[in-house]
Design a protein around this ligand. Structure first.
Ligand code: SF4
Length: 523
């Protein structure tokens, strides 16, 4: 059995199969697009990439039992489709690769007993660090700091290490002091080169038609076949990697946190959908970036920043997901219970930054990391949305959404919600040592969104006050007992203490009113 996010041509599973006697089972089941609302483009991406992968396997001589979304006999869940396959094929054994989600793993683990069949789950060798190796690294640590994990990854892989004994290339582990630049008033000049678009072929067009007819109510937009442009094959994914290395990698580091109107990709790689479907291998992405550094095509500050995203953050988040177990999804350390506002599904809001970020997600199922962390995520954190509500939205609405990615990123990075129950690690979260909370002034500094907005990022009360600024101060006021003991938050609370008491009261009143207006807190 091969799941939709396991499209790895070099997976060890394939090496274990005998093409003349074994059958590969792949299934398009509606349940996977409906357990959380899945963006129409994300759904098409998964299914089209699966169909192309199945064709590739057949060309290699494998027998494939492929269940399409529109097949009349399709029962639309993995377990019931497996039951049909077992009845038809009478296998002696079932093999699969470790899935990307606890929910699916639990289904897999039930099948042996249910179907009286040996089930072997192979490790997912796409990742550089196994779940066991991450667990060994994490053992005995009170908090999990990505930076220490990342340094160990650098030593282990040898990426950007030089000399004897190996030291970080250039002398430093990271070059963020020269990164995180905004574009200033004039914006990016010239505009960043766009990532390649891939015209849908007949397979993708058939998937689009099937999704429209079988799943007509999915969120997001796909107004025409040609609006879909994601890579769906390994060849296209490799073309995307090559394009990034040649055209955007050099600008990536300095501007990785910058945002600009109608510039959805900036210098980002936009490789995460292909990586998370396993059409690309993280090692080849790193090696391509290092080759660009060695040939002086890209500066160290950009290459190091990209490598850190891949072998640092991506592997770290994957490790946290499997380390913390299925109950991780229930964590809510800041006790926030608000509902996700309707404008997350429509983009219709008078906040210019949110309108930009949300419309972009609805149009292309993508937002770069700083839009996710500091716009759509920051709003959810500050306004008091329930962590699972925003986490499910991230899972379903982005082309690269897979549970192991979105859950720890959202609960840990965005919502500061992942403190272990009974933790003795002080006041910090598991993944983040403090919340990524920022007022409208941060967004004003890192983008041009505020210049086209009816709100004023410097105002914290009144009808023109920026909702991010109102909610920022209200967040600190509401969570003072939990957050003030954190030394890293001392300056923030010093600033709260400098606000006149009557203004603090007004901030709380205005925040409550906004929460009610947007249905976050219906009371
Ligand atoms: Fe966003 Fe506030 Fe700036 Fe408007 S003023 S764009 S709401 S940060």
């Amino acid at each position: 059995m091969i799941f939709g996010d396991q499209l790895d041509e070099h997976a060890p599973l394939l090496a274990k199969l005998n093409p003349t006697t074994d059958t590969v089972l792949m299934m398009e089941v509606a349940q996977e697009s409906q357990h959380v609302p899945s963006h129409v483009q994300r759904t098409v991406l998964f299914l089209s990439a699966m169909r192309h992968f199945a064709d590739h396997l057949q060309a290699r001589g494998f027998q494939v039992r492929y269940i399409r979304l529109e097949d009349p006999a399709n029962t639309h869940s993995f377990t019931t489709e497996l039951a049909r396959a077992i009845a038809d094929l009478r296998p002696s054994e079932l093999l699969c690769t470790w899935p990307g989600e606890w929910r699916i793993l639990q289904q897999v683990q039930s099948w042996s007993q249910r179907f009286k069949l040996p089930v072997t789950v192979l490790p997912d060798e796409h990742f550089i660090t196994t779940a066991q190796a991450f667990s060994d690294w994490a053992a005995g640590r009170r908090g999990l700091t990505m930076e220490y994990f990342y340094r160990e990854q650098r030593r282990k892989t040898g990426y950007l290490m030089a000399g004897k004994p190996p030291q970080p290339e250039g002398g430093d582990w990271n070059y963020d002091a020269g990164n995180r630049q905004s574009f200033g008033r004039s914006g990016p000049k010239p505009p960043p080169p766009q990532p390649p678009r891939f015209t849908p072929d007949s397979i993708t067009r058939a998937v689009i038609d099937a999704v429209r007819s079988r799943l007509p109510n999915l969120p997001g937009r796909l107004d025409s076949h040609d609006a879909f442009a994601w890579p769906v094959t390994r060849a296209q994914a490799l073309a995307s990697l090559k394009d990034f290395i040649q055209h955007r990698l050099a600008g990536f580091g300095p501007h990785e946190d910058a945002m600009w109107t109608d510039t959805p990709f900036v210098y980002h790689s936009v490789l995460s959908p292909a990586l998370n479907l396993k059409l690309l291998n993280p090692r080849e992405c790193c090696q391509a970036a290092i080759a660009a550094y060695q040939s002086k095509q890209a500066p160290l500050q950009s290459v190091e920043a990209f490598i850190r995203q891949i072998i640092g953050w991506r592997e770290f988040i994957h490790g946290v997901y499997w380390l913390e177990g299925p109950d991780y999804a229930q964590r809510n350390s800041l006790n926030q219970h608000g509902q996700l506002p309707e404008f997350y599904w429509t983009g219709q809001t008078d906040m210019a930054c949110m309108r930009q970020a949300l419309t972009q997600v609805l149009d292309i199922a993508y937002g770069h990391h700083i839009q996710r962390l500091m716009i759509t995520g920051n709003f959810a954190l500050l306004s008091g949305v329930h962590p699972k509500a925003i986490s499910d939205w991230y899972l379903g609405m982005y082309a690269d959404g897979v549970d192991w990615v979105t859950l720890p990123n959202t609960l840990g990075m965005v919502m500061h919600a992942d403190r272990r129950p009974g933790s003795t690690a002080g006041v910090t979260g598991l993944v983040g040592t403090k919340p990524y909370a920022a007022s409208g002034k941060y967004i004003q500094r890192m983008s041009n969104y505020c210049s086209g907005c009816r709100y004023d990022p410097a105002e914290r009360t009144g009808p023109n006050a920026c909702p991010f600024t109102v909610f920022y101060w209200d967040f600190l006021i509401r969570n003072r007992d939990q957050l003030a003991p954190n030394n890293r938050m001392a300056m923030m609370f010093k600033n709260v203490d400098a606000i006149p008491p009557e203004t603090l009261v007004q901030i709380s009143i205005d925040a409550k009113s906004l929460r009610k207006q947007w249905g976050i807190d219906p009371r």
